[in-house]
Structures are given as C-alpha cells and as structure tokens.
Design a protein around this ligand. Sequence first.
Ligand code: ATP
Ligand code: MG
Length: 568
Amino acid sequence: MRRSKAFIPTTKEAPSDAVLASHIYLARAGFVSQVASGLYNYMPLGKRVIKKIENIINEEMSKVGAQEVELSFVTPADLWAESGRIEKFGKELLRFRDRKNNPFVLGPTHEEMMVDLVRNRITSYKNLPLNLYQIKTKFRDEARPRFGLMRGREFIMKDGYSFHSSTEDLDREFDAMEAAYKKILSRLGLDFRVVEADSGAIGGSGSKELMVLAESGEDTIAVCSQCEYGANIEAAVRGERTEIPESPGVEFKKFRTPGIKTIDDLAKYFDVDSYYTIKCVAKKVIYEDEEEIVLFFLRGCDNLQEVKAINATDALDIVDVSEDELKEIGLIPGFIGPLDQDKAKHVMDNALKYAPEMICGANEEDYHYIGVDMSVISDVAYFEDIAEVNEGDRCPHCDGTLSFTKGIEVGHIFKLGTTYSEALKAEFLDENGKAQPFIMGTYGMGVSRLVAATVEQHHDEFGCIWTKQTAPYMVNIMISNIKDEAQNEAGEALYEALQNAGVEVMLDDRKERFGFKMKDAELIGFPYTVIIGKELANGLVQIYNRTTKEKTSVAKDDIVGEIMELIK
Ligand code: ATP
Ligand code: MG
C-alpha cells in the first residue's frame, strides 16, 4: 500500500474520555473511529488487525476439528424465553419488534441459537461430538461501555459450542479447546495466563478464563509463586492457613464494649489478632422479583468477595445497605453477631466453621460476646466460601503463596453441561435408544477486545508496537527525502521486491517532513521501518526496529534477505 493513497487518518487528538493507551492509540493512529458510546467503525488498519486475529483463530479451530458457521445476528426473542434468559440478561439484551410485531433480540451470545440449530438435526450419539463456532458481531447494551474496543456495546466475538454424549467427552473437548486457545494467544505474541473462573450458579471446575496480562486489566487474578495455579479473584481459593495467631484463651462471656464498632477497634480493645473476631457484612440481595437483607459473616481478617456472595445466595446482584435500613429491621450496626438473632438470613464463611475462641457482636448496643465456640452453630448454619483471598495467602495446591496481578479477559471456556439442552429440549438417542439432553461446552474469545489487549501489552509513549502476527503491515518503507530521485527509486524497487516476496508492506511516499512521517510510523507501530536516506549514496539503508528502537545499517542489496530473516 502506498501511504499517499491509504485511508489512515492519524491525529494528535486523543478521544476526550480515553484513559487507556489502547483506546488513545487505536483512535489516534486511525485504526478505529467512534460512532457513539460503545460503537466503533474499523478503518483499514483496524480491519487488517481483526482479520489477522480471525485467520489465526480459524486455523487453530480447523486443527481441532471445529466447524465454522454463521448464525443470524437478529435472534427470535422466543428462544430466549425458552431458555429463561430473557429476564436474566436484563438490560444488556437489546429487544425490538419487526413490522409484524414479532419480538427479537440482537444476539449478545448464541447458546440458544446454536442449540436450536442442532436440535432435531443431530439425533444420535453416533453423530457426536460436534463443535460449531462463528466469528460474529455481538451486541450487549453494556451499562458502562468504556476503554474503546475493550468494552464495546457492539463487538466481535468468536463463539463456539460443543455437543457431546458424555461428560468424559466434554472434558476431552474442553482440554483440547484450552490448548487451542493457548496456541492462538501464543501465536498472537501475547503474554497470558489461563485462570480458574467463576462458574456462577452452575458451579464445578469447568470454567476458565484466558487473561492477557496488563497493568490496566479490569480483572484481578491470584497467581501462585510456585505452581501453575491461577484464578480470577472472583473464584480464587486458598490453602489451609498454617500460621495461626496466638489465641485469646478466654471463656464464653458477654462483655461490655462501649462504642467499639469496627473490627480494628475490637481487635485493639481485646488485644487479639482480627483472625479471632467475626465481621458482619450486611448487604441487600436482589433476586428476580424480590430483595432482602442478608448478613454475611467472616473472620475479621477477611473481606467479602461479592461474586462468591452472589453465588452463595443465588442472587442476580447484591448492593450496599444503609445503617438506617438495618435499624429498621431491628439490627444494631457495629454489634451484629451470628448468635441468637434471626432478623435476617445468615451466610457464614467456611473459615468460621467450628472456629473456637471467637469474638462477635452480641446483637445488643455496646456488647460483644467473647470466647465464642462456633461449633454451637456449625452443624445448622449455612456455610459457603465467601471470602476474598489475600495476597500472601497459601496456594490451595502447594506450599507457594498467592500474589495478585492484573489481566484482561480475552477468552472464556465453560462446561455448560445440560443447562441449555434441557431448557430447549435438545436431545439425542444414546446407545440404548434412550433420549438424553446434549452435554455442552461453550468457548468464547473476544476478537475486537484482543486488538485492544494487544496494544495494552505492547505499546510505549509513542504509540502501538504490533507483534509480528498482529501487525497491519510488517514493514514500512520511509523515503527520507521525497525530492531525492535515487531515494525514490530505491524505495520503489524495495516496495516491489518485498511485495513480490509476499511481505505486507507500506511505502511512505508522502511529501511530508521526515520527522513527521517517522512520528506517524511510531504511532501506527509497524514492526520494522526501512529508512532510505543519505547513506544510500554509500549503498546503505537502515532498518528501524519498533520494539528495540534500534537502527541497523544494512547494504541496500541485502535488505530483502535481512527483512525476510527478521520477519520469519
Ligand atoms: P466481561 O466479564 O468482561 O463482561 P463476559 O464474562 O461478559 O466478559 P463472555 O460472555 O464470557 O464475557 O464473552 C466471551 C468473551 O467476549 C469475553 O471473554 C471477552 O473477551 C469478550 N467480551 C465480552 N463482553 C465484551 C464487550 N462488551 N466488549 C468487547 N469484548 C467483550
Ligand atoms: Mg459481561
């Protein structure tokens, strides 16, 4: 491509709401342009990067035997009613009616559609397994679209769905898809981690996220210092604590604690580690058609993990509750404890089960109980893992310790089981001729988010730094002085030679200053720029490496060979 003809409207202006490098550079370098909140146009450079990613996905999917399809973007709302998700998806689902008044939604994901496609077409175990995928625009009316392509409303996703006759076969496919996803991200040149993810109400170990590691990531992930363990903080668990703080060693007793309302004050007052105190986190829990106040109890040294709390209560959401709302139902903020009190539902953290020598609120103004043995309620109360892991906690699998890092979720693979096939009555006949619901897996990858994630991980203060597999053009040829005939000739010759060699190359033939053009090249982020300048008189040109920022002089006649070596 000749830069003089290319539609690459670079600009100095960053979008006013942009905070992330990827958002700023993708807009400034002319990859994308914003249409409205969460809606973007892909310009030629952006489209090229998208295609690169799609090609790699297609290649790896084909290797594992997944077949590409393309389902309608507009999907009948009836299917969503059948699965019961029409309510659950809430306002993210864009609903509308056609001229005949039939209800539709814009597909935010395609489980229902894919099950509908397969049901009554695959009827025997003999035709399983089956893995179908598409790369397709999705629409989710996100509450807070932000960070450019990172969280759009319209975005491109690779979504795949597999159908099996046994859980063993689903497990095999899940592992194969995990391996394929890792291969895709490695090929894209990204530093990533596969982590255990929250599986929502379905539970089990069958949910993993692929996280591109980047400071700006929205997700916090806990990783082990020694083994492979990694988990989204929403799902992270920890090993048994080995160093137990010194216990207070007291008998059960009600104790006057005037004005002592916080865990810090309580621990100080009794001179004990907050490990021995019981924290109450009161929340309002939102269900489909009602809400209630729920009290979550944890050790004072721990914090409530909200996603775990949502799962433990099977809620749609949980929100904060005010002290007044608590008082209204007879609770005494600062002095709420799990004993002799039934004004609200309790959820106890697993770490409190059978815990001895605890201190907790006495449900009476200015009083706490000390020396509480949790055994008294441990066989009757509702216990769940609702605590957030802390940095320094023990790994659940080895002696290592957990630390936090930030990631961008670019993929999510999930063992669905029979949730959708049962709801949509999608069945096959097993070996004994008995009808069974399909056992399913789902595999998502954020294609447009990957563009942003790549830039988040690969950029500097001057612009994008594309990896070899994602670069819109591998080589940029820079003619320093466009008025110099020899430079022009050499540039044109190299342009042709590289094109003939199958290299994706841009020729910057614009009548602009060298400095301006170089800045532009930095912003766009071509991996290599060949500078044809004064040294040409001595038979030399320079290769500028965008990653290392090094310039290397190369004999003009060796340049094609050098480039081919570099881009291998
Ligand atoms: P998130 O937690 O970021 O909202 P999600 O759990 O809703 O993601 P999935 O439904 O699992 O995401 O979708 C599969 C993939 O699609 C995600 O891993 C992500 O890469 C991508 N994705 C999801 N929502 C968006 C969005 N609003 N914009 C761009 N990509 C998205
Ligand atoms: Mg989401």
